[in-house]
Write a protein that binds this ligand. Structure first.
Ligand code: AKG
Ligand code: FE2
Length: 353
């Protein structure tokens, strides 16, 4: 059994390794080696995904060494240093501690000293009951430590959705191919938002979440039975598309179903074949709190030089590219600049003649 800390490290290393593979791609003259390495890495990654057991599955399979997939390539300058020899005596680095029950005149200089020296500090007497933290930690642990048979569908849903959305692009009948999106951008779920919408005595006077489009490729959402998710329906174009027109309609929860919605990145990559629809959450109940969990799937290729745009095979004389190419950092910057939740894709739109 691996130490759980190693699992965490493995998760961290995986992310780094994905990024480093993209750096490797840029080495002119070492292209063949880099491509070979990429192909090998892609096939190990595919094998890992096919196991449908996640990183924890490696632990359960009794792995005693970190598979190469999770290691940075040698010479990239970002490898982890070899583990130090076992210490003769405990040498744990102690970050400063700030006891929040002390008077302000004491905590301010302590915080200043900590923040200006090592930048990390513990806070104690913070008022958050230990049981509250423990129950949040236990919920995360319980999810990841379910039997593999219960967890594995979670790992397979995302790649399956990416393949389906890809295959359905370009007029069906195979479309652009099931692997196209994965090849173009390497789809990964790297952000989860857990929402809790408390009941409200005057539900009609508030919103749980303001109208927005998701900046993702696509989002998978689990919701309980309370309801409150609404999408903006535009008459001319079917459902959605933003622009602040159209009527809000409820997306009633369906027992056992998950909601999938297209995000702004996929709208642009699909050259607007797919809609990224404005949605919001209203409060439906003065009695029941609502819980939802959104997982946002995005391109793993997030370097400034990884450019995406409408897939070339979707472009025709009648339907030329509607968006210019963009990188994920550029897209996220434009999203921040356009203000919370506002779609910024119009700044990438190519004006029609
Ligand atoms: O809670 C919901 O149903 C929607 C949440 C949402 O739209 C989001 O997290 O982007
Ligand atoms: Fe959303």
């Amino acid at each position: 059994m691996l130490d759980p800390r190693i699992i965490d490290q493995m998760c961290g290393i995986k992310t780094e390794s994905t990024r480093t593979r993209h750096f490797a791609k840029k080495g002119v003259g070492r292209m063949a080696a880099a491509e070979e390495r990429d192909a090998a890495a892609a096939s190990s990654l595919a094998e890992f995904h096919a196991s449908r057991a996640g990183v924890r599955g490696l632990v359960e399979s009794g792995a005693t060494a970190v598979p190469p997939l999770f290691l940075l390539p040698p010479g990239c300058g970002r490898e982890r240093s070899p583990p130090p020899p076992p210490p003769q005596r405990a040498t744990a680095f102690a970050i400063p501690t700030v006891d929040l029950s002390l008077p302000r005149s004491a905590t301010v200089p302590l915080v200043r000293a900590a923040a200006t020296s090592c930048g990390f500090f513990h806070v104690t007497s913070h008022g958050v009951p230990p049981g509250t933290v423990a129950s949040a930690v236990a919920a995360v642990r319980a999810f990841h430590e379910q039997p593999a048979a219960s967890r594995s569908p979670c790992y397979s849903l995302a790649p399956e959705m990416a393949r389906l959305l890809s295959e359905a692009l370009g007029g069906g009948g195979g479309g652009v191919g099931a692997e196209r999106l994965e090849r173009e951008m390497q789809v990964e779920g790297w952000l989860m938002a857990c929402h809790y919408y408390p009941p409200c005595p005057e539900p009609e006077r508030v919103v749980g979440s303001l109208e927005h489009t998701d900046p993702s490729l696509f989002t998978v959402l689990a919701q309980d039975a309370v309801g409150g998710l609404q999408v903006r329906r535009e008459e001319e174009e079917g459902v959605g598309g933003g622009g602040g027109r159209g009527e809000w309609v409820d997306v009633a929860p369906v027992a056992g179903a998950l909601v999938v919605n297209v995000g702004d990145v996929l709208k642009m990559v699909s050259n607007e074949e797919y809609k990224s629809v404005e949605h919001r959450v209203v409060i439906k109940s003065s009695q029941d709190a609502r819980v939802s969990i959104a997982v946002f799937f995005n391109p793993a290729k997030r370097d400034a030089s990884d450019l995406f745009g409408p897939l070339p095979e979707l472009l025709t004389a009648e339907r030329p590219a509607r968006f210019r190419r963009f990188s994920v950092p550029e897209f996220m910057r434009s999203r921040r600049e356009s203000g919370h939740g506002k779609s910024s894709i119009d700044s990438f739109r190519i004006a029609a003649d």
